[in-house]
Design a protein around this ligand. Structure first.
Ligand code: NAP
Length: 378
């Protein structure tokens, strides 16, 4: 495993971190049903092979991920890693709420302090909540009391606000979405460089766009990848682009199988900083252009939109809608829509209540797109 400096802290973090958001399931339709045996094995394998950061959050796996992790980190594994989780800022309705959720998180994780603590998914609304309810003072108190060692935030919104937030508090680190398609999206490369210049350690989420850059990669993109100097899988092609950047401290991957853990660890055991040539960067630009021309909805299947009051499998429907265009395969998507989704849960049942849109980190107009998807897939 290659380790990188974590800002000015003196900590060396594995360049691959484990995201606790996409564990394997025993029932693929129920994210609360983590396959604990397989997930524990994956996690222990990763830690035994050098991964020293695990990233969690209050809502992951519909609030069961922290509970699972608390169990899986027993037998000495907690002491081998830096453990991070996130305050669900959108649930904060009063000053007292921050403490309430933090205490619950410690209890779920069976710990009495956290190494890293982030304000989760900041954007315009989240930043207002932080200011309205004195959440920054709350962080001060946690730091002073030794309940957290380092404070940071994760971010999903426009670049100017990102810069404002970077400058508003003595953060140690931040977590941003970055991959070769989303290089100028949300904080993007400019945000990465800005935060780094200001002395923050930067962690990266969604390096594979939630798996879209690794699985079922269109032929047009695999052809480009094969022109690169390296013999590599699409996942490695995408991870290399992120690890090429010297400003990145740690790349998080939400791995869902042991094979992925093994592949990503082997890959992160090589040095990739500043490894890409100008010719290779052109290949990435061309692959990005292809994806952008074929993507209808910028959904990365993070699942933050769920649960839906009507039990509409939002991200699955948006995926089918995207796939129809990405692979010129509208009939395949129509078939899956009919076979896998019951009529009472299809997109036309959406009442446009807007709850999912508030939670979506990509700010997708879900109601409108579900309507379009239903028109195209029914
Ligand atoms: N704070 C926030 O707002 C926020 C938002 C999103 C994520 N995060 C954090 O960041 C972490 C990383 O984001 P992410 O999970 O979206 O990362 P990602 O790496 O973009 O996507 C993970 C998915 O990529 C696929 N994958 C991973 N390694 C692979 C490999 N070697 N070969 C083929 N496919 C591979 C898997 O998809 P399949 O399961 O389909 O095989 C996996 O579920 C999350 O787990 C979470 O901890 C935070």
């Amino acid at each position: 495993m290659i380790y990188r400096k974590f800002g000015k802290t003196g900590i060396e973090l594995s360049q691959l971190g484990f995201g606790a958001m996409r564990f394997p399931l025993i029932d693929e339709y129920d994210p609360t049903k983590i396959d604990e045996t397989r997930a524990t094995h994956m996690l222990h394998y990763a830690i035994d092979n050098g991964v020293n950061y695990v990233d969690n959050a209050y809502p992951y796996h519909r609030q069961t991920s922290e509970v699972f992790l608390g169990k899986a980190l027993k037998q000495g594994y907690r002491q081998k890693i830096y453990l991070g989780t996130k305050l669900p800022v959108w649930l904060i309705k009063s000053k007292a709420d921050s403490q309430k959720y933090f205490d619950e998180q410690l209890q779920r994780l069976h710990v009495d302090y956290l190494d890293m603590y982030l304000l989760h998914s900041l954007g315009k609304n989240g930043w207002k909540t932080v200011n309205d309810h004195d959440v920054l003072r709350f962080l001060d108190r946690l730091l002073k009391a030794g309940k957290i060692r380092l404070a940071g935030f994760s971010y999903h919104d426009e670049l100017p606000l990102f810069k404002k937030i970077v400058d508003a508090y003595p953060w140690t680190f931040c977590l941003i979405q970055l991959n070769y398609v989303d290089d100028h999206y949300q904080a993007g490369i400019e945000g990465l460089e800005y935060a780094h210049e200001k002395g923050l350690a930067v962690m990266i989420m969604e390096p594979l766009r939630g798996g879209k850059l690794a699985n079922n990669v269109p032929l047009q993109v695999t052809n480009l990848i094969s022109k690169s100097a390296w013999h590599q899988t699409p996942a490695q092609f995408a991870l290399r682009w992120v690890l090429n950047r010297p400003e990145v401290s740690c790349l998080l991957s939400g791995m869902s199988t042991l094979e992925q853990v093994k592949e990503n660890i082997a890959f992160a055991s090589q040095e990739h900083m500043n490894s890409l040539t100008a010719e290779e960067l052109v290949l990435y630009a061309r692959a990005k252009k292809f994806y952008q021309s074929r993507t209808k909805v910028n959904c990365s299947q993070c699942g933050y939109c769920m649960p839906c009051a009507k039990n509409i499998p939002i991200s699955f429907i948006l995926e089918l809608f995207n796939d129809a265009c990405m692979y010129d395969a509208v009939e395949d998507s129509r078939w899956a829509y009919r076979v896998f989704i019951k009529p009472e849960n299809r997109a036309d049942q959406c009442t446009k209540c807007g709850e999912c849109e508030e939670k979506c980190p990509q700010k997708i107009p879900i109601g409108e797109l579900l309507e379009e998807a239903d028109e195209s897939l029914k």
